[in-house]
Ligand binder design. Structure first.
Ligand SMILES: Cc1ncc(COP(=O)(O)O)c(C=O)c1O
Length: 394
């Protein structure tokens, strides 16, 4: 039924799996036949506080019974409080523009960079350097900002000018010219293969760009909201970039994005906007999500989960050396490189049959992004199912 409706009435932009999930409790999902699945994907890094989180649900219900939306023509209390919370948790002197998604947040960041490039230099600077293996979104501009050449299909051309791509962090230094206004990177490339960069390399780049007056934009759409174990990956890398973008885990499932910057006066009224961005519903939910995660971090529960998950992965990496070639990632954003992409596809389908949801990243990375609130029991059960899935390879 769901398959037929979906095929007939929804545009086919995804290669879909037709399981019909009806209910979720933390990291466990139940389909229409009550079969349970352990979720090591959290809806691609979104459901940071788990499925069916009662505390977030209560905040959403209360907010929905009062005001869901006015418009950004009026001050919105939970939005202002969320901006304050982001500044405090990031430990940076920043202000935020709220959007509805990661791509939109990156669009906002690029707009700030372009205006900075227009107003702060003698000549117009507009070029943004990104990395070849990056992913920054699906709008026309963020597709162009994304370095993976497979994304720049002629179908959607012409694309906006002003983007170029480097293979490695080290290459960026030589690509900068007098029209370069910003460098935009992820600190752990998510879609590109769960690939973290070296802290020293990033710190050196941040220092160099600051000296040159070139903006550093860190795309934390996937790494933000405690995914790497700190509120921001920037906190882990100990850098203070000019602009940070967030989305995914920030709302725990309610759509929200954020453009966070220390350049508080570049945008003026009329420069940017969004009808829905930062409305009562999404910001009320995100405030609660951050309170829950902040408490998880403070109590040590998040760090314990990260250690247990990491230990399990190392065990699997050592046990299945014929399948895995490397262990990658940080925090609860982890991956195992698989010897080839066919084997990875088999692992994903075997896992699904065993009742475990896992993801692919890049060509051959098994990507694991569990809810940050995953319980020890769910973790153990998930890895038991992964073991069963892997034992059926070959
Ligand atoms: C690093 C990064 N940037 C941007 C995006 C785009 O976010 P959205 O799908 O919310 O537009 C993603 C999504 O996977 C991402 O991982």
């Amino acid at each position: 039924m769901i398959e037929q409706l979906d095929k007939q009435y929804v545009l086919h932009t995804y290669a879909r799996n037709y399981v019909n999930f009806k209910k979720g409790i933390n990291s466990t999902l139940f389909d229409e036949n009550d079969k349970d699945y352990i979720d090591f994907t959290s809806g691609i890094g979104v459901v940071s506080v788990g499925h069916g989180n009662k505390e977030v649900a209560e905040v959403i219900c209360n907010q929905a019974q009062n005001i869901t939306h006015i418009s950004n023509l009026f001050a919105i209390e939970p939005q202002a409080k969320l901006g304050e919370k982001i500044a405090k948790l990031s430990n940076m002197d920043v202000a935020t523009f709220f959007s509805n998604s990661g791509a939109e947040a990156n669009e906002g960041a690029i707009k700030i960079a372009r205006k900075y490039g227009e107003t702060k230099f003698d000549n117009k600077r507009y070029k943004v350097i990104t990395l070849e293996n990056s992913f920054h979104g699906r709008t026309i501009t963020t597709v162009k900002a994304t370095g993976q050449s497979s994304m720049h299909t002629p179908n959607f051309a012409p694309y906006p000018d002003g983007f170029s791509y480097d293979n490695k962090i080290d290459d960026i230094y030589n690509s900068i010219d007098n029209e370069t206004v910003a460098v935009m990177i992820e600190l752990v490339q998510g879609e590109g293969g769960v690939q973290p960069f070296k802290k020293e390399d990033i710190q050196e780049l941040a220092k160099f760009l600051k000296e040159q007056g070139i903006l550093l934009i860190i795309d934390e759409v996937q790494t933000g909201a405690y995914r790497t174990g700190e509120f921001l990956a920037c906190n882990l890398y100990d850098i203070e970039p000019d602009i940070i973008t967030m989305a995914k885990g920030l709302g725990g499932g309610v759509p929200i994005g954020a453009v966070i910057t220390k350049h508080k006066n570049i945008f003026e009224p009329g420069d940017h906007g969004s009808t829905f961005g930062g409305n009562y519903l999404s910001t009320a939910a995100a405030n609660k999500v951050l309170d829950i995660l902040d408490q998880y971090k403070d109590s040590g529960t998040l760090d314990e989960a990260i250690i247990s998950f990491g230990n399990k992965l190392t065990e699997f990496f050592e046990k299945y050396q014929d399948i895995f070639t490397a262990e990658v990632g940080l925090g609860l954003m982890r991956g195992l490189r698989v010897k080839d992409s066919d084997t990875l596809s088999k692992i994903i389908s075997n896992s699904f049959e065993e009742g475990l949801l896992v993801l692919k990243a890049g060509k051959n990375t098994l990507r694991l992004l569990p809810p940050l609130t995953i319980s020890k029991e769910e973790m153990d059960e998930g890895f038991k199912r992964l073991d069963n899935a892997l034992s059926k390879i070959n």
